[in-house]
Ligand binder design. Sequence first.
Ligand code: HEC
Ligand code: HEC
Ligand code: HEC
Length: 464
Amino acid sequence: MKFQYWLSVCLVMLIGCVSTSTWPSPSSNDAGNAMLIRRGAYLAVAADCASCHRGVADAAPYAGGLAIVSPLGKIIASNITPSVSAGIGAYTEEEFRRALKDGIGRGGMPLYPAMPYTAYRKLTDDDIHALYAYFMNAVPPDDRRPPPTRLDFPFSIRSSMRVWNALFLDDTRAAKPLSPELERGRYLVDALGHCSACHSPRNWLMAEDNRNRYLSGGAVNGWYAPNITSDPESGIGNWTQAELVQYLRSGQVRNKAQAAGPMAEAVEYSLRHLDEADLNAIAAYLKQTPAMGTPDGASPAQAADTALAQAGASTSLPGAALYASACATCHRLGGQGAYDGYFPSLTRNSDVGADKPNNLIMTILYGVERRGENVTVWMPAFGQTLDDAQVADLVNYVGMRFGRRLTHVSADDVATLRKGGPTPAIAWLPYMMAALGLLIVIAIGYWLARVRGRHSRKDARQPD
Ligand code: HEC
Ligand code: HEC
Ligand code: HEC
């Protein structure tokens, strides 16, 4: 017993000696910490933590409170400053790792997947360590507590997320090893940038379909995150590497595409701050993804419509006058744009020519706002001044005149996007459950009535 005790004391001392002899001096340790924190700060930007977790009132970084609109209802982003009372100050590194990778908050509370842990699951432990060092040491604590998230039953029961996690958390590793640059690109796209959260379609339970339709286009609260696979027709296959890098850095490529809505936020808060090598790695990775058509993309009927649109005289459409009064000052009557592309051309714009009119409708309703390094891009929102029918007329005119597509957008289509897009099937779950509950009650009632009926018949036959 004694011998074992002294043996262990000696061992501990030996290990202590070896490890202290390899300890760096305090000053290089500080430099190491500073480097770790700086790396964590860069990772937080690449993972876009700030765009969801920003404060609402005075935009205090990471103070939370922003309501993330989801088909389940509004989910409030947490305060992730190191405040012990309101933020994540009490999180250990292991708890922080679990929140990011498993979607389990402190005390075992399952988080809603509005927090993109399905993507952060692929983060390396080294990067989680750097992120933790950054949040704990370099983010100023903010003691304001955001309001709690209140969803309707059954989504209010957080434990239901455990079932969802069991079904959909995916740990399959990519089969094909890539070059170091492409691996970096894959990591930025899949783990940090969580691009598939918007750019992959989802199933009826709101899980991303990355196995079959990776990055081939997905709906985001009324917007449409287009196909960004290497498909030359519906994806980014005909974009050059330089165009992709420029789009990610500035949100616009002249005569091609502009980033509005959720993509404008991704550019503003995250992508424009990434270094050149990382932007190139993302572009190179996207360019070699398997080409895939957009789900429910253009049909042959639409192609025929396009030919018709090219032949048709479009100036007589009801949207023409609206366009002249509301849009032409900036985009010009011929749609060619102005001021060196600051007001972009609509004749060569990915949203105007797109199969899906979503982004054109949403741009008219909500405008564009995107802050860059030295320029803020701004287009007014027309959602308050134009009604649904007027927006539909405008979209049909702009689509035909400049996008060479015959679109048949109705006032109802516009109304649907105004409220965040068509209701996905999962939102009907409470009603389905209520209907099922009612059926069960009726069935039990019927069964009880029959049993009782049988008993009373028996009672009637056997007088006591
Ligand atoms: C797309 C939006 C989004 C992004 C990006 C995002 N989060 Fe979150 N996060 C949320 C939401 C929403 C919640 C609250 C979820 C809930 O209440 O279930 C949350 C919760 C958390 C929590 C749990 C806090 C608590 O309430 O105890 C932590 C920790 C966290 N996020 C850290 C991060 C970090 C670190 C990053 C960047 C690496 C990040 N988040 C990026 C939306 C986001
Ligand atoms: C929060 C949702 C969201 C996230 C996250 C997101 N995107 Fe997007 N993205 C969109 C939307 C919406 C559009 C369409 C914007 C528009 O045209 O105004 C878009 C447009 C694009 C386009 C232009 C495509 C075209 O045909 O015009 C590219 C390229 C792109 N995104 C790449 C990325 C990459 C790479 C990432 C990850 C680093 C990413 N996106 C993350 C929503 C998102
Ligand atoms: C005050 C000037 C102004 C007016 C008026 C205006 N726009 Fe814009 N529009 C802009 C600017 C600025 C952008 C963003 C350019 C960028 O992202 O670099 C833009 C972008 C767009 C885009 C591209 C969005 C994308 O994500 O690709 C479309 C489409 C568009 N406008 C259509 C319209 C229509 C239709 C009208 C009339 C209802 C209109 N605009 C009125 C200035 C204007």
